[in-house]
Design a protein around this ligand. Structure first.
Ligand SMILES: Cc1cc2nc3c(=O)[nH]c(=O)nc-3n(C[C@H](O)[C@H](O)[C@H](O)COP(=O)(O)OP(=O)(O)OC[C@H]3O[C@@H](n4cnc5c(N)ncnc54)[C@H](O)[C@@H]3O)c2cc1C
Length: 382
């Protein structure tokens, strides 16, 4: 796939990542996956968006999304790229203290450390205004004390810390406002339980309990009074990166189906000559291209500093990519007939994996709600 809005530098980066990714066979083994992460980090791919002054590549979400898309297109979507460099790296770069930047950014960039991100709660779900994980300050020690529960948080076991979205009480209004805290993996009171997902992926999801987790004052990232703004700074890159995850996976599935359709012959010609097979694959390709254009637009707006414009564009790109991914995987599986469901061909497991792009980090319906209300000015039902 080529696009008009890609610079020569982007094209070379895409070619280099693609060659690197193709040389690393698809893996569901945790150790191989970790090696892939570290090799990609050594080449500067994982921290490509992080500031140069802290060991990163000094580029943007545009480049980071390109990296994830190409890894995914080779069958190795590194899910934690959505979280560690894109959300956590962005939030710390933009709002962290000098000390937090020095402590975290070089190791997130060189792949020696990872950070997970926890916002979803069992009783809040899509309604993140309802989150109840609470942070209070211990007046005697100045420490933060966090209490609450999170669910579906990816990679907590392999991450050195989790950026937890909590709330602090506004001294004047009594209202709870969102705040971000770095919680080390082994902090006392920070418990995790792996959720038994039907996903067949290297990264696992966890239910977390925070039971009076005591953190030093420096665990708070950014300004206590600008929580929402800081949160959105990380969520737009998250949506762009989820779009890249979906587009990469869709391309991978499509390429496997095309290989099969060119070869498999049960009548006179390969099955790819039948339009009933060819046209849905062509449609899947077009849908992935459309989604990629939307993703590139969102990434460019974000990198240009337009947080508001990027918000709408990133939501729409995530929607388009999620739908294109689900359809591409569905059609790819169907193209292989019975082999679509064998482990050997490895496409059936993508049926559940592709649904992640539709559900997380914000579901298809919540994006349709956003566009209905924010873009089209329609009234809210909830
Ligand atoms: C593989 C995976 C990895 C994840 N990783 C992370 C992570 O690292 N960190 C993290 O914090 N979270 C993570 N999540 C959580 C994810 O962000 C949530 O699952 C998602 O936000 C949806 O929330 P929910 O599951 O509670 O669904 P619910 O909010 O309960 O929604 C259920 C259904 O109802 C629909 N719905 C809800 N409200 C409305 C409405 N107003 N109008 C129309 N439809 C509505 C939804 O679209 C959805 O189809 C992950 C999830 C998955 C599956």
């Amino acid at each position: 796939m080529t696009t008009l809005i890609e610079s020569e530098d982007h094209k070379s980066l895409r070619a280099a990542v693609s060659a690197f990714a193709q040389a690393h066979p698809h893996t569901l083994n945790a150790e191989d996956n970790q090696r892939l992460w570290q090799d990609a980090a050594k080449l500067g791919y994982i921290g490509v968006n992080l500031p140069e002054a802290y060991g990163g590549g000094g580029a943007g979400i545009t480049e980071l999304a390109l990296v994830l898309e190409e890894l995914g297109a080779a069958g190795n979507p590194l899910l934690m790229m959505i979280v560690s460099p894109a959300i956590c790296g962005t939030v710390i770069s933009r709002f962290g203290t000098e000390e937090q930047k020095r402590e975290w950014l070089p190791s997130l960039a060189d792949g020696t450390r990872l950070m997970a991100f926890g916002i979803t709660e069992p009783d809040a779900g899509s309604n993140s205004h309802r989150i109840t994980t609470t942070a209070r300050r211990d007046a005697a020690t100045g420490e933060w004390v966090l209490t609450g529960r999170k669910v579906f948080v990816s990679g907590v076991d392999i991450a050195d810390a989790t950026l937890i979205v909590g709330r602090t009480e506004d001294a004047r209004t009594g209202k709870l406002k969102p705040c971000l805290f770095i919680v080390p993996r082994d902090a006392p009171g920070f418990e995790r339980r792996a959720i038994d997902m039907e996903l067949n992926a290297v990264e696992r999801q966890f239910e977390l309990t925070l039971d009076d987790v005591r953190l030093p004052a420096e665990a708070l990232v950014g300004d206590e009074d600008a929580g929402l703004l800081q949160l959105f700074a990380g969520l737009n890159p998250e949506r762009v990166m989820t779009a890249a995850f979906g587009i990469g996976m869709g391309r991978y599935a499509l390429s496997r189906a095309l290989d099969y359709a060119r070869e498999r012959t049960v009548w006179k010609t390969p099955i790819g000559a039948h339009q009933a097979i060819a046209h849905p694959l062509a449609q899947a390709h077009i849908d992935l291209e459309l989604a990629r254009l939307m993703m590139q637009k969102a990434a460019h707006l974000y990198d240009a500093g337009d947080d508001v414009g990027a918000g709408e564009a990133a939501n729409m790109a995530k929607y388009a990519a999620g739908e294109a991914c689900v359809k591409a995987v569905d059609q790819a599986v169907h193209t292989l007939g019975g082999n679509g469901l064998t482990r050997e061909y490895g496409l059936a497991r993508l049926i559940t994996a592709s649904r992640v792009a539709r559900i997380a980090p914000v579901s298809r319906e919540m994006i349709l709600n956003y566009v209905s209300h924010q873009t089209l000015g329609l009234p809210k039902s909830y």
